[in-house]
Design a protein around this ligand. Structure first.
Ligand code: ATP
Ligand code: MG
Length: 657
């Protein structure tokens, strides 16, 4: 997108009803209005204060060093151990018997792990990793389903200063191999198999294929550490010397381990982005700055009450939400949380609600795609359960359409739970733009405003702030502690991707389009590449999608701008219908086009609407619009390595009129 022009779409919902927090919530909230003022008056002092939520072995001196921007450094000279902060210090404070993790396995097994037990198990893993010669700075790949050992492995790496690279266990062996090679990982940790929709599926096999043998062997790999999970294969392939069982190694190690401290800037992990805009990038995160942001945001955005709350983030550890809000945010705050291994419809669609009921979940954080799936399944399912323990709901990953927001609020939250719509990215490390529960009056579909300490703006091509109501580029115009420290091994791509567009101003370019409304509430409109230009009018894909989903027949919609000879771009929509809805063909399509015309403008009427059984999604639940664009424009598909199920395209092509 090079010319922004005037925003022509006005989202009817921006003027919608405002939801103030209840007086009871306000009275007891962690966050306060005053934090915004304090952070604005002295951002660095504000961040220093947040960093002091952590235990530092050596206190930091200067808060920020911008001398080599965009390679910013935070908490200069400070030393800490991330695992100590997430585990040991809670035990030292007498909270060792508190449950850290209620783990729920897909087949129905479960385990409760206290902070003391976690400390022992992380220490055992650290002792074993050190015993095989892994050294601070070495990289370790983690390719595991949602089992406790995945989190134990991450923390054991952190404890030793090993940089972990978690690769989602649903990715192919080729995707795993490219990430192992890129990071030159010395060890892969995996399981024999994983449960997928009620059945054990092999996983070690994919590692064997990825790591290879002989001339094809991944040159950096020395060890493959295997956790026994499914026991599905008595003849599991085993490479002597390379492959070891967790039980025989970690399980036999001493549970005593003295953690060492590392520099605040020490790289804690690499994580490859989900790839909605191109080849995945190996995002590098720090120790002190990242943990500060994880810890601060968890405490305030989720209003975490120690010893009372039960937190559940439905993300997988294979993406950043799983890192920050399954591992580092909750555990650094001494939280009790749910880790659920499986899919939301195994053995049936009641699964999530049963877990909420059984464990008294108070805080529930999921993606809009799952909310829309619940809507598709129907409200009788959540209605059959007592969800009264819930007090706060969160959304992440995509703009949440107002329709889904209201359903989430009413059906899941019983109308009493504030919703935090949290905008952030793999690159930002933690939540950046979100309501603060107990403080912010929310609007369905808006992420509202940057958190205290965070500074964002919406600007045009020249970096001028656009007027409220107009679309522009979302930029982060001040550094923040959780910011990425680079792209692994590719400084040029780091500078080019994030810092070149507004190089003069030194701003971070997020790649998303956004708009402030008349009340200065912020609306994220999705990717800049996803803002369409139809006959000179700028129309956001997410607004057209919202309009389509607000029709009672539509469960999900994906919209793209396809090249069009007359209009520049033409709007092409792909929609999934609600369960049990009859596809009346042309009549329905006409209704949907009219819905968009009424909700937005006749200019936004899709040129083409395809009713499809499935949409192409990444493992983190995001729609891969660039691939739909390839289909609509009749091209070969681009990089599909992060797609859940590449075969959806056969169905989509077959339905395309
Ligand atoms: P890649 O960078 O490889 O294309 P990705 O950007 O999809 O992958 P993530 O870092 O997981 O990978 O996603 C961040 C993006 O998700 C944001 O830039 C934004 O487009 C979208 N997003 C996340 N949360 C929200 C939200 N609450 N509202 C709107 N958009 C959101
Ligand atoms: Mg991105």
């Amino acid at each position: 997108m090079n010319d922004l022009g005037k925003g022509t779409t006005t989202m009817s919902s921006s003027a919608s009803k405002v939801y103030p927090p209840s007086p009871e919530f306000v009275a007891d909230a962690n966050a306060t209005k005053e934090m915004y003022d304090r952070a604005e008056a002295d951002p660095l002092e504000f961040w220093a204060e947040q960093a002091r939520r952590l235990d530092w072995e050596t206190p930091f001196g200067d808060v920020l060093d911008s001398s080599d921007a965009p390679f910013f450094k935070w908490f200069i000279g400070g030393k800490l151990n991330v695992a100590y902060n997430c585990v040991d210090r809670h035990v030292a404070a007498g909270k060792g018997d508190r449950v850290a993790i209620h783990w729920v396995g897909e087949p129905g097994d479960s385990r409760d792990i206290t902070y003391s037990q976690l400390k022992d198990e992380v220490s055992q893993a650290a002792n074993y990793f050190a015993s095989i010669g892994l050294q601070t700075g070495d990289r370790v790949a983690i390719y595991m389903p949602m089992v406790p050992e995945a989190i134990i492995s991450m923390l054991a790496c952190a404890r030793l200063g090993l940089t972990h690279s978690v690769v989602f266990a649903g990715f192919s062996s080729a995707a795993l191999r490219s990430r192992i090679d890129d990071a030159e990982a010395k060890m892969v940790i995996t399981t024999d198999g994983q449960y997928r929709r009620g059945k054990p599926a092999p996983l070690k096999e994919a590692v064997d294929e990825a790591v290879g043998t002989g001339a094809d062997a991944a040159p950096s790999i020395e060890k493959v550490l295997v956790v026994r999970r499914t026991n599905h294969d008595p003849n599991l392939n085993w490479v002597e010397g390379r492959d070891v069982w967790w039980d025989d190694t970690v399980g036999e190690a001493s549970p005593n381990h003295e953690p060492e401290s590392f520099d605040a800037e020490h790289p804690l992990f690499l994580l490859y982005t989900s790839g909605t805009t191109g080849k995945p990038k190996g995002i590098v995160h720090s120790s002190g700055g990242y943990l500060t942001q994880a810890s601060y945001t968890f405490h305030n955005v989720f209003d975490h009450k120690e010893g009372r709350d039960v937190f559940w983030c439905g993300a997988d550890i294979g993406w950043v939400t799983g890192h920050t809000y399954l591992v580092y945010g909750p555990l650094s705050n001494g939280a009790t949380e749910i880790i659920y291994e499986g899919t939301p419809n195994t053995p049936n669609e009641h699964r999530h609600f049963e877990v909420i009921e059984k464990y008294g979940v108070t805080t529930y954080y999921i993606a809009p795609t799952l909310i829309r799936t619940f809507m598709k399944w129907g409200r009788e399912i959540p209605d059959a359960h007592d969800l009264s323990s819930l007090r706060l709901l969160g959304s992440v990953g995509e703009p949440i359409n107002p329709e889904a927001w209201r359903w989430y609020n009413e059906v899941i939250g019983g109308g009493r739970c504030p919703i935090v719509d949290t905008w952030w990215q793999t690159e930002t490390g933690g939540i950046m733009i979100s309501p603060l529960p107990g403080v912010t009056e929310t609007k369905p579909g808006s992420a509202m405003r940057p958190l205290p300490g965070i500074s964002a703006n919406v600007v045009d091509d020249n970096g001028n702030a656009v007027a409220d109501g107009e679309q522009g580029y979302l930029v982060l115009d001040k550094p923040w502690p959780g910011m990425l420290r680079g792209i692994w091994g590719d400084d040029a791509r780091f500078k080019e991707t994030y810092w070149s567009r507004f190089a003069e101003q030194g701003w971070y370019f997020a790649g998303d389009g956004a708009r402030y409304d008349e009340d200065h509430a912020l609306w994220v409109l999705g990717r800049v590449d996803d803002v369409m230009n139809v006959s000179g009018h700028r129309i956001s894909t997410s607004e057209v999608e919202s309009a389509l989903v607000s029709h009672s027949a539509v469960a999900e919609a994906a919209v793209i701008g396809a090249a069009d000879e007359t209009t520049g771009q033409g709007i092409v929509a792909f929609v999934i219908l609600m369960e049990g809805t009859e596809n009346s063909g042309d009549a329905l399509i006409a209704e949907l086009r009219n819905q968009v015309a009424t909700d937005i403008s006749p200019i936004a009427k899709p040129r083409e609407i395809n009713i499809v059984p499935e949409l192409p999604k990444t493992r983190s639940g995001k729609i891969m619009r660039r691939l739909l664009k390839d289909v609509a424009e009749g091209r070969e598909l681009g990089d599909t390595s992060t797609l859940v199920d590449p075969s959806v395209f056969e169905a989509i092509r077959a339905r395309q009129s």
